[in-house]
Design a protein around this ligand. Sequence first.
Ligand SMILES: Cc1ncc(COP(=O)(O)O)c(C=O)c1O
Length: 402
Amino acid sequence: MLIEQYLDQCLKMLDGIYGLPEPERLERIEKFVKSTVSLTPDIYSPKNLKYLFSYPDPIGVFADFVSSYINCNVHTEECSPIFTRCEVEMVEIMLSLVGYTEGDGVFYPGGTLSNLASIFLAVQRGKADLDKSVIIVSDHSHYSVGKAAKICGIKQIINVKTTTKGVVDLENLRELVSKIKDENLELIYFCCVMGSTTLGTFDPVEEILEIFQEFAVKPWIHFDAAWGGGVYFSEDAAFYRKLSSLSDSIVFDFHKFLSAPLLCSVFLVREESVLVDEAIALNGNYLFTNNQNRKYSLSLKSLQCSREAYAFKLWLMFKYHGIEHYKNLIQKYYENREEFKKKLCNRVLYVVESQYLNLCFWFIPKTMEVKEIITDYTITELEKIDRLNLAIYNKVVEEGFM
Ligand SMILES: Cc1ncc(COP(=O)(O)O)c(C=O)c1O
């Protein structure tokens, strides 16, 4: 990794800034850091393809360094007057991107916490009776959604089936909603997956909402666009904006699809008034006073108290590159996907038709025919396909072979 070459310069800078009392001890630090770096998967390698984050935007890294150095807390305006304004500005840009005309939002360290915030708001909105409250999740919802429901005390978490296309099965959803109504329970929350983690699939939002309308149920509709948020920077942005204007909240993980340094997520709500929970926030009266402008008291809107300058990373990236850069970047990712597809041999079977940047496929052994869908194979054939794909995977991991 390149950083190893520059580590001594970084340490000199550290000494220059802080004037460390025993600079010679930095050599020991250098050794520790070098071995840590060498034992960590190299995110800068073009072969590092497994996860949903990549090497960070350099301007974001610089912003991260500056905010760590300044080390101010983005909980109130008086502590962080500028970082606070940067965050509010970024929230306003994102609100217009998702079609929330009177919404609000706050940055979070990750999609998991943002999903938790969305379920918390759903519970608060309806003053839900937790014994009667139900949420439905699918196999393709991120596991943080079910986990958040448990944290919020929801006892009934029902699984809806998914189709072979990797989205919610509408027939099964209709049956579940009907049963929930019959049993006099309350569906308080539904999370539409907008870009599933492994397949990159998008739930059919309009059809899902029709089912809720048919049964006159009004769950809080959350869009988990932690990964799929890139579509808002794509040619299809207007279509997705129309869809999200129907939701109650949405999350984007910029550390995933825009390569902001970890962590940088925004949680947005359609109705401005719901974000500040008076009962919880006002207990912090050592921080929050009545003479503050609440627009800038960001911890009032968050489950956190102390907060880092998550938004400043994105703000500086946007100031440096401009929003067009990100549109071009997402376009390039789609082109890369097509290029990658061309390079694949013709012995592959796609798990689902690609809706986003994910490309999921199985290699089919040479002795077998490439069929239409995976369910066309027998169990013995599937075992053989599994063995081949695991062997290829292991070869990639162990030998760096591609
Ligand atoms: C769809 C989706 N939602 C939520 C999350 C959780 O986000 P984070 O890892 O930022 O907590 C992920 C992470 O991969 C995800 O893919």
